[in-house]
Design a protein around this ligand. Structure first.
Ligand SMILES: [Zn+2]
Ligand SMILES: [Zn+2]
Length: 267
């Protein structure tokens, strides 16, 4: 059964500092597109202000959470409150407390950075990944998934933003990431925000066709989201991306909201 992607569960706003638009602007945009579910997943800040240039300050969390809960009171569809988290083992207890807090509906894991053995922080957005980085990328994602804190895996093919070739190393990593989804049951995200990023080797950095052909072949569950950082991006690519995903035979699942948690209709 093929679902219509009448939801968006990866949404940012002005709170992260590199996005625009008030929370209510996104709700209005979602209403105009007749979505049935909207989830806010602002970049999660860290207690020691790590990555602060691309995160709201931790002191802003109550305001963000209150804002989302407030708009949810009058929205014509369920609004979910969550965070997109860069998981690093040293913050395990922090994320556990967040998960156990009862304040949130869901948590997403998104790997935007890896730390090389020499301590250097590397991101596929602006650094070229080398073969050794691919293993680190997998390890980091695997550690995040193994905590059980997270509900889906954001942009699992983001490594292809920093790695030009679809070579044996990239394919092996893709296979491992897809297996992680299959063994954990966590859906992978077809993230259309890559269509708005600078091209890599003449293609969008992600969604990466080779990755998703493999995901389709192996039967991994997937959700579609826009990862919007401005209201106009919330749904603009949705139809095109859904058609593309269905054309590749990707197994789409659909988020179903139950208060305090996110479940999946797997068809
Ligand atoms: Zn962002
Ligand atoms: Zn992300």
């Amino acid at each position: 059964m093929a679902f219509t992607a009448d939801y968006n569960i990866h949404t940012h706003s002005h709170y992260c500092g590199h996005g625009t638009g008030e929370v209510h602007d996104y709700v209005e945009e979602a209403s105009a597109w007749k979505l049935g579910l909207l989830g806010f997943s602002e970049h999660c800040p860290f207690p020691d202000h790590f990555l602060k240039r691309s995160r709201m300050d931790i002191s802003m969390m109550p305001a963000y959470e209150a804002d989302v809960r407030e708009v949810a009171k009058t929205a014509p569809f369920p609004i979910l409150l969550g965070y997109e988290c860069d998981y690093f083992t040293k913050y395990h207890d922090y994320f556990k407390d967040l998960k156990d807090s009862g304040r949130l509906d869901y948590l997403v894991t998104g790997t935007h950075f890896i730390i090389r053995p020499d301590g250097r922080r590397v991101t596929p957005f602006s650094d070229e990944l080398v073969k050794e980085d691919l293993w680190l990328y997998y390890k980091q994602m695997e550690e995040a998934v193994s905590t059980g804190f997270f509900d889906f895996i954001a942009h699992p093919d983001l490594f292809m933003a920093g790695y030009a070739g679809w070579d044996a190393g990239a394919q092996a990593l893709a296979r491992d990431v897809i297996q992680l989804s299959l063994s954990s049951g966590l859906p992978l995200e077809v993230n259309s925000n890559g269509l708005h990023k600078p091209q890599v080797a003449g293609r969008a950095p992600y969604p990466h066709e080779g990755f998703w052909r493999l995901a389709s072949e192996l039967g991994a569950p997937a959700v579609i989201s826009s990862d919007a950082h401005k209201p106009g991006h919330l749904c603009a690519d949705r139809g095109m991306v859904e058609e593309w995903a269905l054309g590749l035979g990707i197994k789409l699942v659909k988020p179903v909201f139950k208060p305090g948690r996110l479940e999946w209709d797997r068809g």
